[in-house]
Design a protein around this ligand. Sequence first.
Ligand SMILES: Cc1cc2nc3c(=O)[nH]c(=O)nc-3n(C[C@H](O)[C@H](O)[C@H](O)COP(=O)(O)OP(=O)(O)OC[C@H]3O[C@@H](n4cnc5c(N)ncnc54)[C@H](O)[C@@H]3O)c2cc1C
Length: 474
Amino acid sequence: VPDTPLPDFVRHLRDILGEASVFTSADDLAPHLVEWRKIYRGHADLLVKPRNTAEVSAVMRMAHEAGILVTPQGGRTGLVGGTVPQGGIVLSLERLTSIRAIEPLSACVVAEAAVTLADLQAEAEKIGMLFPLSLASEGTCTIGGNLSTNAGGTAVLRYGNARDLCLGLEVVLADGTVLDGLHALRKDNSGYDLKQLFIGSEGTLGIITAAVLKLFARPRSVSTAFAGMATPAKAMDLFQSMRSQFGEALTTFELLPEFALDIVLRFQPSLRHPLGSNSRWYVLIEVSQSLGGDHLRSALEESLAAAIEHGAVEDATIAASDQQSAMLWRIREDLSDAQSIEGASIKHDVSVPLKHLATLIEKGSAACIAEMPGLRPCPFGHMGDGNLHFNLTQPVGMERQAFLDAWPRFNRIIHDLVIDMGGSIAAEHGVGLQKIHELARTKQPEALMLMRSLKAALDPKRILNPGKVLLGRS
Ligand SMILES: Cc1cc2nc3c(=O)[nH]c(=O)nc-3n(C[C@H](O)[C@H](O)[C@H](O)COP(=O)(O)OP(=O)(O)OC[C@H]3O[C@@H](n4cnc5c(N)ncnc54)[C@H](O)[C@@H]3O)c2cc1C
């Protein structure tokens, strides 16, 4: 409960930020109360759009003094309800859109929180470099959101996830203190690496206002392939042999079941089956390197030909042009849309050590079908990272809501298997609202206790992103 009556708080806030940055009407608030899939709906008293770090700091100082809840929002593309407010203030970072600096020699860029991922990629390209984070939501998601969720995506194999791409952060703490850590240092052992606390903490420990991000040499040769095989274990054999042959040039290795290709082709008539015959499983592979020439493509051809000869792969194709490569990528990228047209999905974003991944698919699919005959498992995703989106599509003809009501039952089945295998129930999308109870159930109690201690130290009034990650008020 706020200590300051809300109208006084709003007046005071408007005195500091100006009328045009503080919104209280239902129409202004409405789009900020619901996440894009419309699964979760929240409530808030006001929406604030600060223009710079100093204004974010002023908002937090006031909210801290008054004990008012604050929910940070970036591009609102999150998949776990992390931006859905639970009262108080929605703090939209959307006006922090500057690229403060870009430095080819240091190979880094200093970007404010609301620069979209696509804009950052474009800025890097302008100086002939690469920012490698790549998500299907890149036109809308923001750097602040990417770091707060420690986003992954399709190039983690080669470049790591958002955490690995960050050199420094500027953060506003819960009480308004500004932590200026915008260093571009590749080496800095001067005490605790504080930025790591905020990366992946989903806005529960501080507000990221700007970041220093790593840039890379642009790849001059890129080859994309699509291959079919009988089992996930065969896909894993292919992965292992390609990783030892291509090393860090192996950039993407994504797994898809036959069901996934079927529904994408059904709902995207412009796409064609990339192979001559059906397989039970497919992988999308990309290799890339900064040296130009045809060497990489020839090596990929040889590698896939050998895999066909040894029986790991049934059939394979290599894109002959950028256009063909884009078509292969669309099979992967259009899968989310195809799934939503096919019916309701119960989703899991999990990771396990690679040695268990094939068993997870086999045991998880069997257990889910035994629980609900007719259910259609669609485990797909970033196989090379051990990360599966273990989605379950509803049985044909079943009532949508009746299927979705079974969500917790299936979570338990998949998550218990994952935990038994030493995996994580939240691989790249985070915990948010969606997994808060499952995290409390499955995470080591000692780790949860330490997380609570960090929360208490950094946000003693528990005002930052309430109801997310940790059970309790925050
Ligand atoms: C089609 C589609 C594909 C996707 N693919 C992937 C994928 O491959 N890999 C992947 O990892 N994710 C993926 N996502 C999920 C999503 O895009 C990522 O989680 C992304 O990083 C969220 O960025 P955002 O700016 O939209 O953050 P938001 O959704 O606005 O916020 C996400 C969380 O971060 C907090 N937050 C946002 N900005 C800040 C800030 N500046 N400071 C502190 N906290 C903040 C919010 O409170 C919330 O808890 C996908 C989403 C969609 C819709």
